[in-house]
Design a binder for this molecule. Structure first.
Ligand code: ADP
Length: 605
């Protein structure tokens, strides 16, 4: 598996490397061809120049003997053999010519081939007296043509190019004039060439070279160092661009070098002009081209990669941003879902609460109703007692009055009738109170005169107060003081509070109830205090709960304060049990203060 992966990773790199090598090779090959071509073109010009030079040199010395041959002194010398004066004259002439034309030497040969006069006639080893019989140039001249002989002395390594021309006597040839061309001049020129230039004869022997050690060596032979030079390359084919050879043209060179080998034939002599141009520069240039193109390719590739990398980075960033966005959206979606779930739960709770509240309200309404019924029961008991007693009294007063009328005791009868009238007046008053109860308790609020509410409440509780022998002390009550309430309901609340105070002080000899009225600017505080056992602190809140009672079964149902609480709340007031120092309880009702009662004010005035 890993092997596959690494192979998969390696393959593109291998391919790229291979491609780079192929391209580099192609560039090198093409560059080499191009630069070698350039080199060849330049070399071709140079070699052509050398050939022209060589031809010029040869032509000059070729022409000289034919010009010299016309001089009459030469014929005169040939026609008078043994005449030393003639010979010396000719020799002086030759010496003069040789010096002025830059030739190496010149001499005059008679028909027998013996040198009769020479330019070096003054020197000890003068050519004079030597014989040229059998030498090719002499033979050719005797035949009436231009004779040529490239003389090579293998021992001294000296060379001389002999040009011979017949000296005629009419139509016959009397002798020959010979001019030896000076090789040193042309070889100096060859030596100065930046490239290796040399001339070889038809046998491949170097006849002219700037380097002395190369002279008279054979091309391709071990001495030349051009061992691998193909023979055809040295023929007269003279390819315009030459060919590549490997060798050491200079024997001082240790390493073999590659050269561009150009040849030009120097036709007349059967010679070949060779030029060897080192190709190292062209190779170096090709190599440079590879390096430069490699660098360019590298720069282009790097730039491309940079662009690709930047693009990829940009794309990566975009993708990351998109992913972040998606994550955020997901988060928002989940949060929203959680929120809406919580919302739903809340809504459900609110509904349940509302339902519970409705139930509670209903229960409280039912309780209020039940409380009212209970009050009604208490009241009817009280009323039946209140009415039965005067009714019984009226009945006996009426019977008494009837009896007194029969007895004629009118004054006593009238006295009884007056008592009946007082009793009926009291009953009428009672029934007036009862008609107040008949009013709807749920009526709206009004300014209720507090004094009259207290008066009626105490009147209704008269019997109970009398039984307990308690006279409530009322403090701070003024006739014009009004509160925002409903008269009947407030009366019910006060009766309930006074009833509870009576219950709390029941059985006490010193039982006392104190009622306080404390008006402020906007409220009126009504307190009902007793000297009973008081309300323990931990129960202070609970006594207003429905059905909370500490009284014996049959005596209390625990509804009084609960109903009172609801009534006072309907009046936008407060009811609470206050902590009292020492013994006793204090129930406080706080109500909104009403406008002062006019009738009471008027009465006061
Ligand atoms: P009930 O009178 O039927 O018990 P209430 O709601 O009127 O119902 O009273 C609730 C309870 O509050 C009473 O049982 C009693 O324990 C307590 N309470 C009310 N008024 C007083 C008071 N003046 N002193 C002591 N306890 C009181």
């Amino acid at each position: 598996m890993t092997g596959m992966v690494s192979y998969g990773r390696l393959r593109p790199a291998l391919l790229v490397g291979l491609a780079a090598i192929i391209v580099a090779g192609a560039v090198f090959w093409g560059g080499e061809r191009y630069f070698l071509g350039q080199l060849g073109a330049r070399a071709a010009n140079a070699v052509e120049l050398h050939r022209e030079n060589l031809n010029g040199w040869l032509g000059r010395f070729r022409a000289l003997p034919s010009v010299f041959a016309r001089h009459p002194q030469l014929l005169a010398t040939l026609e008078s053999p043994g005449d030393v004066e003639e010979a010396e004259r000719a020799a002086a002439l030759l010496e003069n010519w040789t010096a002025s034309t830059g030739a190496q030497q010149s001499y005059l040969v008679d028909r027998s081939g013996r040198v009769v006069a020479a330019s070096d006639w003054t020197e000890l080893d003068s050519t004079i007296g030597r014989t040229m019989i059998g030498r090719p140039h002499f033979r050719e001249a005797m035949e009436g043509r231009l004779g040529r002989w490239f003389e090579v002395d293998q021992q001294t390594r000296s060379r001389g190019y002999h040009f011979a021309f017949p000296v005629r006597q009419g139509t016959t040839v009397a002798g020959a004039i010979v001019v030896i061309a000076d090789v040193a001049g042309i070889e100096e020129e060859l030596r100065l060439s930046p490239n290796e230039v040399f001339v070889a004869d038809a046998d491949g022997v170097v006849v002219l070279s700037g380097h002395p050690e190369l002279r008279l060596t054979r091309i391709g032979g071990p001495a030349r160092g051009l061992a691998q030079t193909p023979v055809s390359g040295l023929s007269d084919l003279a390819p315009p661009r030459g060919e590549l050879v490997v060798g050491r043209p200079d024997r001082s060179d240790r390493t073999e070098q590659e050269f561009l080998h150009l040849t030009r034939s120097v036709a007349t002599e059967g010679w070949t002009l060779h030029m060897l141009v080192p190709t190292a520069a062209a190779h170096a240039q090709a190599f440079l081209a590879v390096i430069v193109s490699g660098l360019v390719a590298a720069v282009v590739t790097l730039a491309g990669q940079l662009v690709v990398a930047r693009r990829r980075l940009l794309i990566d960033r975009l993708v990351a941003r998109e992913r972040e966005g998606r994550l955020l959206e997901q988060k928002v979606a989940t949060r929203t879902a959680a929120l809406s779930a919580a919302n739903d739960r809340l809504a459900q709770e609110v509904r349940e609460r509302a339902a519970a509240e409705d139930e509670l309200r209903q229960a409280q309404a039912d309780l209020v109703q039940a409380g009212k019924l209970a009050v009604l029961g208490q009241m009817s008991t009280a009323l039946s007692h209140e009415f039965n007693q005067p009714l019984t009294a009226i009945r006996s007063y009426a019977e008494n009055a009837d009896a007194f009328v029969e007895q004629g005791r009118e004054d006593r009868a009238r006295e009884n009738l007056a008592r009946i009238m007082r009793l009926t007046a009291r009953m009428a008053q009672l029934s007036r109170r009862l008609s107040n109860f008949a009013r709807k308790p749920a009526e709206g609020m009004e300014d209720v005169v507090l004094a009259s509410v207290f008066e009626e409440a105490l009147e209704l509780m008269d019997a109970r107060l009398a039984r307990a022998d308690v006279v409530p002390e009322v403090v701070g009550l003024t006739p014009e003081l009004t509160v925002r309430a409903g008269a009947i309901r407030l009366q019910h609340v006060l009766m309930n509070l006074i009833g509870n105070a009576l219950d709390a002080t029941e059985g006490r000899v010193d039982a006392a109830i104190r009622i306080g009225v404390e008006p402020s600017e906007s409220t009126v505080r009504i307190t009902v205090e007793d000297n009973g056992p008081g309300v323990p602190e931990e129960l202070r809140e609970r006594i207003f709960d429905p059905f909370f009672t500490t009284k014996d079964v049959g005596r209390g149902v625990g509804l009084g304060l609960s109903i009172s609480y609801n009534i006072v709340r309907d009046f936008n007031g407060r009811i609470e049990a206050e902590a009292v120092e020492g013994r006793g309880a204090r129930l406080v009702v706080t109500l909104g203060r009403g406008a002062p009662a006019r009738s009471a004010l008027e009465a006061a005035e």
